[in-house]
Design a protein. Structure first.
Lengths: 390, 390
């Protein structure tokens, strides 16, 4: 055994404007550190019920099976596929970024026969391409990413139910970067199964994956010929704990659920419409400021995801040194690009508690100064342009 | 959308003497609520490295792959099986409680051909039975539970390496209720893969699953013919994030890792030997007090797990009303029995920060008073008996 000792943590002060985690509201951090109680404590069972009720509001659903899984957003993704897809099932996946690709991979690991419909990174999925792929075909599930965290492109859920119906499929949706930031309306859009993460527009630390399943999805689960390959994510077992039976499955992450309770409480206190409007307003201001600096936004305006803005790195400017300078001088985190945009674009998040006029201005100021230091000639007046849009 | 509002949380004050979660030290709760930083922030990468270094000390190993999985203890169990077991593999599982049974179930869901060696609940696994089952046989993995959380029985790891070698198997171990509370010594005992949880003897909230894998286990993983069925728990992918490549896999549960860092720091500050001695001393005192009250401890003394004591519910006393009274009058949580012991025994945990003289005395006093109210005649003087052992 080593005698080495370790010092207590003292994390630096950051402003988190990357693709998540986003800044966490002080009251959420306080809730996180409330005294731990048992996972079968009557008090905690009440917390669970309230979390489910609030998640239903946030998702826009009356689905009974609406609850947080004990893992991050990717565990939410895996939950949908291990429960709703059986070996040999035919799954159509729309791929316009990292997370569509990940869904295809996860579906394959469940033994699915996967067909992908691809769209360029930075663009939404094309409904015509999806229609062509489903025409005359039968699928067990159609899976799309509502808000592509890797690019900031939003694919509308309009018409997706009809598309899924046309090929007899369940409709599965990734809403990791949309929940709490842009409208989802699960029931209106006839979504069968959806998952999200807590560390984006809910502004809760990462570690939980809210999900919701329709009656139709639950019927498919109940009709399975084989058990789900994952015990940890088996929704029939977990449903017995979160439902009225309270049967022990695994020890729920108590304190993370305290934090999610508080984060959802803030969402409901603000009101969904007001929250969506706030995300739109600040994204519009940020975009105006970035364009005033002469920067390009690769995602077409109509498909731009308010919580996450993709901005092209200008010719002659290097990616890493700029992000390093922003972090070291301003404590400001923005995200690098992924896949097709690696080294070619940044991702700027204005999510949840971090979507504020202050952060719009801080980001523009810090970026303008840093780009100027890197030799880029900032064209116009980003502050005036953003200010006009606030 | 509903107009219903929700109140901020105000959890009641509890003393957690059940089978986990255990009481969390104040400095761990403070660490939990430290400001969130990004999962690729240089500061956070340093936190990850320190967590790994401290976990190696706690497990007693030099294994490179030693890290916390982003889920609870059961996710740790699933991690071992989805990575180390391929369809058709032969797996021998020792079953002497809930968690052995769960390992068998998880292994089956990975397509393994499972053989179980059973022992009565409340007893350790019998090495002779294990030897008989392995004699002349070949297995890909032998899996045993070191500390059965469902009964409080400890199965010694002595000789298990030789047993696994005799049948050509990897040695897999559940250490959920032993890590930080009783010696494990992964390298000394030649354990190939081990998992634990944070909410037991580490006294960190639930939500992470520390694991460690030997070189031999990693070789088996690298030689797989097929990808692990779980993407979320795929150790080759996750190892790239926790290793030097820092490749993004999923967003790490930042704040939970802060808490684990502080919990491990306290373990190392106290020293493993001192910590184990503390758990033994308080368990001995508790046992002396319980016996002085005329209560029976179903687990034989030599196999009793210091962090968790099984106590038989006396004839004529009902389970639920006693636990309810302890919770409501004293804010004291103890655990109910599981499986064979459901309604027949309680589980009293003295884990991590909760293993104190104060809690020994509180538990005995509260239990004596509650049992007396329930009509049970408390025989001797539990306080004197426990005090003599402290």
């Amino acid at each position: 055994m080593t005698a080495k000792t370790f010092s207590p943590l003292a994390p630096p002060s950051r402003v988190l404007l990357g693709p998540g985690p986003s800044d966490v509201a002080p009251s959420v951090l306080r809730a996180l550190s409330a005294p731990t109680v048992g996972h079968l404590d009557p008090y905690f069972l009440g917390v669970m019920d309230e979390v489910r009720a609030m998640l239903r509001v946030a998702f826009g659903t009356a689905n009974t099976i609406t609850m947080p899984m004990s893992g991050t957003g990717s565990a939410g993704m895996e939950t949908l596929f291990v429960n709703l897809v059986e070996p040999g099932d035919r799954v159509l996946v729309g791929v316009n970024g990292v997370f569509g690709g990940r869904m295809a991979e996860v579906a394959r690991r469940c033994g699915a026969e996967v067909t992908t419909v691809d769209a360029p990174w930075g663009r939404p999925l094309d409904p015509d391409d999806l229609r062509k792929a489903t025409q005359g075909a039968r699928f067990d599930a159609v899976a799309i990413v509502h808000a592509e965290t890797s690019t900031g492109a939003l694919t509308s859920l309009e018409g997706m139910r009809a598309l899924a119906d046309s090929c007899g499929a369940l409709l599965l949706v990734d809403a990791v970067t949309s929940l709490g930031g842009v409208p989802i309306d699960v029931d209106t859009h006839g979504v069968d199964a959806i998952y999200s993460g807590t560390q984006k527009c809910l502004s809760c630390p990462p570690g939980l994956a809210p999900i919701s399943l329709s009656e139709r999805a639950m019927a498919k689960l109940k009709a399975r010929k084989s058990k789900p390959q994952s015990w940890y994510l088996d929704l029939e077992l977990i449903g017995s704990y979160w439902g009225s039976e309270r049967a022990y499955h695994h020890t729920a992450p108590i304190n993370m659920l305290y934090a999610l309770h508080e984060a959802l409480r803030l969402v409901i206190e603000e009101g969904l419409e007001a929250r969506f409007a706030r995300h739109r307003r600040h994204a519009t201001a940020l975009a105006a400021g970035l364009r005033a600096m002469g920067l390009e936004l690769p995602v077409p305006e109509a498909s731009r995801l308010p919580p996450l803005t993709l901005v092209a790195i200008p010719e002659g400017v290097e990616d890493a040194p700029v992000r390093k300078a922003l972090l070291e001088r301003y404590g400001l985190e923005i995200g690098g690009g992924l896949g097709d945009f690696k080294g070619r674009a940044w991702r700027i998040g204005l999510m949840g508690a971090a979507s504020t006029p202050r952060n719009v201005m801080l980001c523009l100021t810090a970026l303008a100064e840093t780009l100027a230091s890197a030799g880029y000639r900032v064209a116009g007046d980003p502050i005036a342009a953003a200010g006009a849009a606030l």
